[in-house]
Design a protein around this ligand. Structure first.
Ligand SMILES: Cc1cc2nc3c(=O)[nH]c(=O)nc-3n(C[C@H](O)[C@H](O)[C@H](O)COP(=O)(O)OP(=O)(O)OC[C@H]3O[C@@H](n4cnc5c(N)ncnc54)[C@H](O)[C@@H]3O)c2cc1C
Length: 358
């Protein structure tokens, strides 16, 4: 089939979270005609996420996987999309990490000898003052090349853009409506060269890929009013992300059972228990959100083409780091689909094909 018909698209992309949105942009930029189908009444992890990108994570200050590649690419991608959309979605912000003790101070400072780590830490001589609202008796350090992306705004404006060029449909997608043949993919009265499923947590219930080892993780965050929160992110066990003025997001929790989208009192208490000792100022909790991170068994993205159906693909498994993983691997996936370039073996679903054929 040629692309001459109005009803023919190169790609059907199911799901418009950060996975589907990043992929749609890359294919669009590569000159492909995509149709995004999304059901906004379904919960979405991207709408709950704080959107933070942080190159040094965990108690031990570990550099995140592929940070040197992922971070510059993500900033480039969000920069060019925000320019196209005419809204600011990319916010550069350093992350203040208060030391918990003198021992932690010494151990963190020793790590700055490692050039791979030190490029992400602001030199002591240039560090800003300790934020006034934060309790940090042992001082702290500043992680740089970090920040956050306003995912709800990016998703809404991207949807408007694709809708304006007739490449977005608001609809629920039932896998039973998909007709896959050797020549084409059919859905409703549209035809496609390929379909790529970007359904986040919901992909688990999709017969095409239910054999993949999805290991989803529930997470909750609080919406909190903190006066004079500034524009620096604070991170010690939890993050405090100033969104605008005194509006902040505080998170996140990790839990595996039950896997639902409901907020709980226990999570609110856990987060508040960590927030209170970190703040010197009064605060007001204004809301709470819950989501499910679409993680995989080995905590790496799951990207690629079905073992038996070359017209059906998946882009999933973004786990806790969708903001930085999505753009980089959407680019790689686009080059793989369109230019026959290699897909990183660590993310290619080929690593799990034995689960399909067993
Ligand atoms: C509390 C919390 C905090 C987080 N904080 C961060 C953070 O600070 N930084 C970071 O990088 N990551 C963070 N994450 C992780 C991030 O949210 C995910 O990695 C990312 O959003 C996953 O994107 P996705 O597009 O794969 O899935 P989703 O965002 O869930 O998108 C899936 C989309 O598919 C659509 N869909 C599914 N099924 C159907 C269907 N049958 N028909 C039509 N549409 C369908 C849904 O409507 C949805 O829009 C956080 C997650 C949580 C829960």
């Amino acid at each position: 089939m040629t692309a001459s018909s109005d009803k023919f698209y190169d790609y059907l992309i199911v799901g418009q979270g950060i996975a589907g949105t990043s992929l749609a942009w890359h294919l669009h930029e590569a000159g492909k005609k995509v149709l995004l189908v999304n059901d906004s009444s379904l919960p979405s992890s991207s709408k709950v996420a704080a959107g933070i990108f942080n190159p040094l994570t965990g108690k031990k200050l570990v550099k995140t996987w592929l940070a040197d590649d992922l971070f510059p690419y993500a900033q480039q991608f969000y920069g060019r999309v925000q320019e196209k959309l005419g809204v600011k979605v990319l916010h550069q912000a350093s992350i203040f990490r208060p030391f918990r003790s003198i021992e932690e101070q010494n151990s963190y400072l020793a790590q700055t000898a490692d050039a791979g780590i030190s490029k992400y830490i602001r030199p002591t001589s240039e560090q800003q003052n300790i934020p006034e609202h934060v309790h940090a008796p042992f001082g702290g350090m500043e992680v740089i090349r970090s920040g956050w992306v306003d995912l709800p705004l990016l998703l809404d404006k991207s949807r408007d853009y694709f809708e304006s060029i007739s490449q977005y449909i608001e609809s629920s997608f039932d896998v039973a409506d998909l007709v896959v043949s050797e020549e084409r993919v059919g859905w409703k009265d549209f035809g496609f060269d390929k379909v790529i499923l970007c359904q986040g947590f919901n992909a688990r219930d999709n017969d095409w890929f239910s054999w993949l080892p999805f290991t989803p993780v529930k997470g909750q965050i609080l919406e909190v009013d903190i006066p004079a929160a500034g524009d620096q992110i604070v991170n010690q066990g939890i993050f405090i992300l100033p969104i605008s003025g005194s509006r902040c997001r505080v998170g996140a929790t990790y839990s595996w059972d039950p896997l639902d989208w409901e907020t709980t009192e226990a999570a609110a208490q856990e987060l508040e228990g960590k927030l209170k000792p970190l703040l010197k100022v009064p605060y007001t909790i204004t809301g709470q959100l819950a989501g499910i991170r679409p993680s995989s068994h080995d905590r790496r993205p799951m990207v690629g083409i079905h073992p038996e159906h070359p017209r059906v693909g998946i882009f999933n498994g973004l786990g806790t780091k969708g903001v930085t993983l999505a753009p980089f691997f959407a680019n790689q996936f686009t080059e793989y689909l369109e230019m026959d370039k290699e897909l990183n073996e660590t993310v290619n679903i080929k690593r799990y094909f034995s689960l399909y054929f067993r």
